[in-house]
Design a protein around this ligand. Structure first.
Ligand SMILES: [Cu+2]
Length: 182
């Protein structure tokens, strides 16, 4: 079923962008491999009558893996706002950390993802988080190399749609997803 969700979301992203969205960035969606233009607009999947979103279970324990093909294992999570969320990210790849490290970075609604990720590339020693935009981060893990895991806990105070990305340089095009807090 997750594949189906991703395909539906990918399709929505694609059509949302065709109507004048951000045409500057594009990447392959994580699971389908089809090309989709990236957007930082929350409207991309913010359709409350979308059956994929409706049927996604609410779970504040997130388990995520990342692989050598720049993919997360899942790109849509639904959580309860105002309650503790635990997230475990495991890098199941084999490539060295300095060429294929991964992290999870959850951003506040309205953050310019393209600017955040491209500015962040210059700040390797800060985990690729651009200092001028660090207030846009709700939570993040450190970068994890092959076989490594990182576990964090955080709270999303307000209901809404939130983007998460991998901050390793040039990964955010395909390594991105949504957390819906309700
Ligand atoms: Cu990555």
């Amino acid at each position: 079923m997750k594949y189906l969700f991703t395909i539906i979301i990918g399709g929505l992203l694609f059509s949302a962008c065709d109507n004048g969205g951000d045409k500057n960035t594009r990447g392959s969606t994580a699971d389908t491999g089809r090309l989709a233009k990236a957007t930082d607009k929350p409207t991309a999947i913010a359709t409350h009558n979308n059956p994929a979103i409706e049927s996604e279970p609410v779970n504040n324990r997130i388990v995520l893996t990342a692989n050598d093909r720049m993919q997360y294992s899942d790109t849509l999570f639904k959580v309860k706002a105002g309650e503790k969320i635990s997230l475990k990210l495991t890098n199941i790849g084999k490539m060295p950390k300095n060429s294929m490290g991964h992290n999870f970075t959850l951003l506040k609604t309205g953050t310019d993802i393209t600017k955040f990720a491209s500015d962040g590339m210059r700040f390797r020693d800060r985990g690729y988080i651009p200092p001028a935009m660090k207030d846009s981060v709700i939570a993040h893990t450190p970068l994890v190399g092959p076989g490594e895991s990182a576990q964090i806990t955080f709270v999303i105070k307000n209901k809404g749609y939130y983007d998460f990305i991998c901050l390793f340089p040039n990964h955010y095009g395909s390594m991105r997803g949504k957390i819906i807090a309700e």
